[in-house]
Design a protein around this ligand. Structure first.
Ligand code: FAD
Ligand code: SF4
Length: 502
């Protein structure tokens, strides 16, 4: 073998830079299913199955293009169980002149591969629109980088949603103010989520996962994720046709037993590189009937947030993982693994996660993440729980979103203020509170909503850090309206809640 091209589970793109110059006559591909990657944190069965099923479909795709693939199955008796040892084993057996791999999406994996005695050639991943050098140049110009500034630079770079004179279409860069609607009494129909019935390849994987990972969290019985490029493209068309138009308007809304609403459900396919972000954005923009608030909101998530968090991750690792600006040290409450809580909003969001290895952004940020932050859970533990439970979680995207955006553990790198809110916010954006035994308006007493209690207690506890943050002025003005005795009672109730979680 001349070149051995290593393809990791989140690099499933037959046109990636790793294949530049690939000669089917002399070169070969290596793909590996290894126990280490499926167990370094406990992992949702659906997440393991998603990766393995997508990898096996990708192998079939490569073979149909005449590329030789050395595919290590999890149950292969020769499998040594780790990425680095499998690469080394194949280097020894195949004696390639060069071993090529795309830059991995996980700092831990990259370090493992870098330490191999027979060195690998790492190639930059052009799946992303912003290179590490471009991001460094951006943060040199903006030493306190803000996503919105980065996003505008990306709009200028790509020319997306700009008119001929380079101004933003519609006269504004951002239409988020139109994207915060909850569902009132009359609500538009919610499209039925498309289901991708497992084929023979996926059924084999499901059997393997059921047998080998029976103790892993989450359920497998509803597995219907797109696991090939063809299915991923179908999901993209389905989103553009049926959900995109209302994506913006109801982006922040939550509804009982509706895990997907108008969200795209494309994160898994994007993060495994079955889809390219450019084609995703172009498909959305081709929908001439979609309103600007939906198009702009969607484009911002893909070329703004997704690229921004990746830039932060690679620029700040490995120290970033240890950040704990709010000195939060409680462990993750046990009910995050089971959904057994009488807090209705959390039971719903965790239930969606257990059933689908998915929850939409507002459930992740303003329910699951919010509660952990208000309670004071160690940010890295929250990230590890995310890595365990979400099918789309890769370190580069989960860590900045979880430790940074949702826990404020980075002290204000990803977001300039913590996403702190009380039960009142959840009440406004969902139908959960009216079916809950707690009352979002009450901060003390039997019926006090734990979010509301913990919210006021959080503001009081971190007064010194946040009271002068201009974006939190109103929140602190409201806190100051409460008497010292009220705040003492709230903080004592917050302590009782925290103690009950341990
Ligand atoms: P949509 O709501 O339809 O959004 C469209 C696309 O935009 C997504 O598919 C995604 O590719 C991109 N996107 C939107 N927001 C973000 C963001 N903040 N960061 C990066 N990309 C974004 N996303 C992941 O892909 N993997 C994760 O592990 C992950 N962990 C998260 C943890 C927390 C605590 C939070 C608050 C967010 C996390 N996100 C993560 C971002 C976002 O919540 C998911 O991308 C989104 O919910 C996936 O569902 P969707 O495809 O239906 O997204
Ligand atoms: Fe959640 Fe509080 Fe509303 Fe219950 S009352 S659903 S705990 S926000």
């Amino acid at each position: 073998v001349r070149h051995l091209v290593v393809v990791l589970g989140d690099q499933l793109d037959a046109d990636s830079a790793a294949f530049d110059g690939f000669d089917p006559e002399q070169d070969a591909v290596l793909q590996m299913e290894v126990t280490d990657e499926a167990t370094y944190v406990p992992q949702h069965k659906m997440r393991i199955a998603f990766f393995f099923a997508a990898m096996r479909h990708f192998r079939a795709d490569l073979e149909s293009r005449g590329r030789v693939v050395h595919y290590v199955r999890l149950d292969d008796p020769a499998n040594t169980g780790a990425l680095d040892s499998e690469v080394a084993r194949h280097q020894a057996a195949l004696q390639p002149q060069a071993t090529i791999v795309l830059e991995p999406g996980d700092w831990r994996v990259r370090e493992g591969l870098r330490k191999l005695p027979q060195q690998l050639e790492f190639r930059a991943d052009r799946h992303f629109l912003c290179t590490a050098d471009e991001f460094d140049a951006f943060t040199e110009r903006h030493p306190r980088p803000i996503m919105e500034t980065f996003y505008r630079a990306m709009r200028r770079k790509t020319g997306l949603l700009l008119d001929e004179s380079g101004r933003p279409v519609g006269g504004s860069w951002n239409f988020d103010a139109e994207n915060r609607k909850g569902f009132g009494k009359s609500r538009p129909p919610i499209p039925v989520a498309r289901s991708y019935a497992p084929d023979a390849i996926t059924r084999d994987v499901l059997k393997l996962v059921s047998a080998r990972f029976s103790n892993s969290p989450g359920k497998l019985d509803r597995f219907d994720l797109p696991v090939s490029r063809v299915d991923a493209l179908t999901e993209l068309s389905d989103f553009v046709a049926w959900r995109l138009s209302l994506f913006g308007t109801y982006q922040d809304a939550m509804l009982t037993d509706e895990p997907f609403l108008y969200h795209s459900r494309l994160s898994g396919a994007l993060n495994l590189h079955m889809l390219d972000p450019r084609e995703v954005v172009q498909a959305a923009l081709a929908n001439r009937n979609a309103p600007l608030n939906a198009l702009e909101g969607f484009v911002r998530q893909i070329i703004g947030w997704r690229e921004f968090v990746r830039g932060i991750y690679w620029q700040r690792m490995p120290d970033y993982a240890d950040a704990n600006a709010l000195d939060a040290n409680l462990p993750m409450p046990r009910f995050y693994w089971t959904g057994e809580t009488d807090m209705r909003c959390l039971a719903q969001a965790i239930g969606h996660t257990i059933d689908h290895a998915y929850a939409h952004h507002i459930e992740r940020l303003m329910v699951l993440g919010l509660f952990a932050m208000l309670l004071g859970v160690r940010p890295y533990d929250v990230h590890q729980w995310h890595m365990s439970m979400f099918h789309d979680a890769i370190d580069w995207v989960s860590l900045p979103n979880t430790l940074g955006m949702s826990q404020h553990g980075d002290g204000g790198v990803v977001g300039t203020k913590p996403y702190a809110a009380s039960g009142h916010y959840i009440d406004r954006m969902s139908d959960h509170c009216r079916n809950c035994r707690y009352d979002p308006k009450q901060a003390t007493g039997d019926k006090a909503c734990p979010f509301t209690t913990l919210y006021w207690s959080f503001l009081a506890k971190h007064r010194r850090r946040f009271a002068n943050n201009g974006r939190m002025r109103n929140q602190y003005a409201n806190l100051e309206r409460r008497s010292a005795a009220e705040i003492r009672a709230i903080r004592s109730h917050a302590d009782t809640i925290a103690a009950a979680m341990l």
